[in-house]
Design a protein around this ligand. Structure first.
Ligand code: LLP
Length: 420
């Protein structure tokens, strides 16, 4: 489903004209569609039918409070990877009993905060972390419900930087060592082993790697039960890909859910899923304005007012994002390199991209940026973080305002030996 459609030649988000938001908020900005968030969440949930399921939205994909709250109101829990994300999830009203805590390096103070807030479970990634958690929980007189993150040594067939389930990756406990570590966990105070979890990577566009990993973890659960452990939860992580290019066809939620049910439902475990990108990725666009059209010796450049600091995915992962004009045109498309103002050649959103002819001040929309867009932004080149806007039906609200230059520069302090 496309929630950013043209009506009378103008792009709309839900029932809001995108150019009207640009007039009021100024460019560049992120724009999220509530209709899209709702559709994606319900599509995912409905696919699982009556399976005992907790959908923990991986808030790292988009931590805006309004986005978390929108999904929370639909019933989502949260998957967090830091105290900051945990605080954000709680502040957005996600109940602690629906929050799972992942991440390879939870610190002592983060554990204390999570235990005091009585979250649902810790996804433990290593033996040292297990001992640390046992110590912290015991000292607080608490019991931490834990799953072990299994590294199943499966190739997710995605970009190397977002693949996490191979034995050479830093994540999880090698699947061959899970039995051993579970036996140790059973001896420890402050720890209750309740299940296993995994997450093999992100933007996965085939079902096979998931199925291979889920089959492996299912077998492990059966073995652990034979060993006498009371395993009641299975957390399958996130990773389901979304379409970025027109001809991308990642598996549909119902295909994914059917496979999950086929592979794991005989266990009778509570199933936890941690989707991030699937819920928010296609729900966001980045609206930017053409600053200059420059004809180079070999290329024609559209220099726009958004840059790699606002959306790093193209320069970091060579990611493809569709780019569409906000006003439709029936002129023939022409080839452009679409670049930002930052002083690096890597500040490029697209090369040799066919777009209808554009001129100074025209608006364009970079598509599918609701996940890992705003959250990965920086103020490189002392550029202000750009606003985030949420649309619902015919209303819109700025859900993160543009800071002032004083806000940014004022974060620095002088040193006592420097003169005023
Ligand atoms: N659970 C865990 C433990 C994770 O590490 C992640 C993502 C997710 C769930 C959610 O995965 P998703 O459903 O969104 O694929 N910045 C990269 C993506 C990094 C993903 C990190 N982990 C990008 O822009 O493609």
């Amino acid at each position: 489903m496309n929630f950013f459609e043209y009506r009378d030649g103008e792009m709309y988000a839900d029932n809001v004209r995108v150019s009207e938001v640009a007039e009021q908020v100024g460019t560049p900005f992120y724009l999220y569609s509530t209709a899209s968030l709702t559709y994606q969440f319900n599509q995912f949930k409905d696919a699982f039918g009556d399976l005992d399921l907790l959908i923990c939205y991986a808030v790292k994909a988009n931590t805006n409070q309004a986005v978390i709250k929108t999904l929370g109101d639909l019933g989502a829990g949260a998957d967090v990877v830091s105290e900051g994300e945990l605080r954000r999830a709680l502040a957005a009203g996600i109940p602690a009993e629906k929050i799972v805590y992942s991440g390879v390096a939870k610190t002592e103070s983060e554990m204390i905060f999570a235990l005091e807030n009585e979250i649902y479970q810790f996804n433990v990634e290593s033996e040292p972390e297990l001992y640390q958690l046992s110590e912290v929980a015991s000292s607080l007189d608490k019991i931490a419900d834990i799953t072990f993150r299994v590294n199943p040594d499966v190739d997710a067939k995605t970009h190397a930087k977002i693949s996490t389930g191979k034995s050479e990756n830093k994540f999880g406990v090698p699947w061959t060592k899970v039995r051993e570590i579970c036996a140790r966990a059973a001896e420890l105070s402050g720890i209750k082993l309740v299940g296993l979890d995994l997450h093999i990577g992100s933007q996965i566009t085939e079902l096979d790697p998931f199925e291979e990993a889920f089959t492996r973890i299912t077998g492990l659960i059966e073995t652990l039960r034979e060993d006498g452990h009371d395993i009641t939860r299975l957390d399958l992580g996130g990773g389901l890909g979304i379409p970025y290019e027109g001809d991308d066809v990642p598996p549909l939620p119902r295909e994914y859910a059917a496979m999950v049910k086929r592979v794991v439902s005989h266990l009778g475990c509570k199933i936890i899923i941690e989707p991030g990108r699937f819920l928010v990725g296609n729900a966001g666009i980045l609206v930017s304005k053409v600053v200059y059209v420059k004809s180079g010796e070999k290329r024609k450049f559209l220099i726009i007012d958004a840059a790699m600091n606002d959306l790093v995915r193209p320069s970091m992962y060579d990611a493809y994002h569709r780019i569409d004009p906000v006003k439709e045109s029936d002129e023939d498309s022409t080839l452009y390199d679409i670049v930002g103002p930052v002083c690096e050649s890597g500040d490029t959103f697209a090369t040799n991209r066919l777009v209808t002819p554009m001129k100074k001040d025209d608006l364009l929309a970079i598509r599918s940026v609701g996940a890992y867009g705003a959250v990965m932004a920086s103020t490189y080149n002392t550029r202000k973080l750009i606003p985030e806007v949420l649309v619902k039906a015919d209303e819109f609200a700025v859900v993160r305002p543009r800071p002032s230059y004083d806000d940014i520069i004022g974060l620095d302090q002088s040193a006592p030996w420097l003169s005023e």
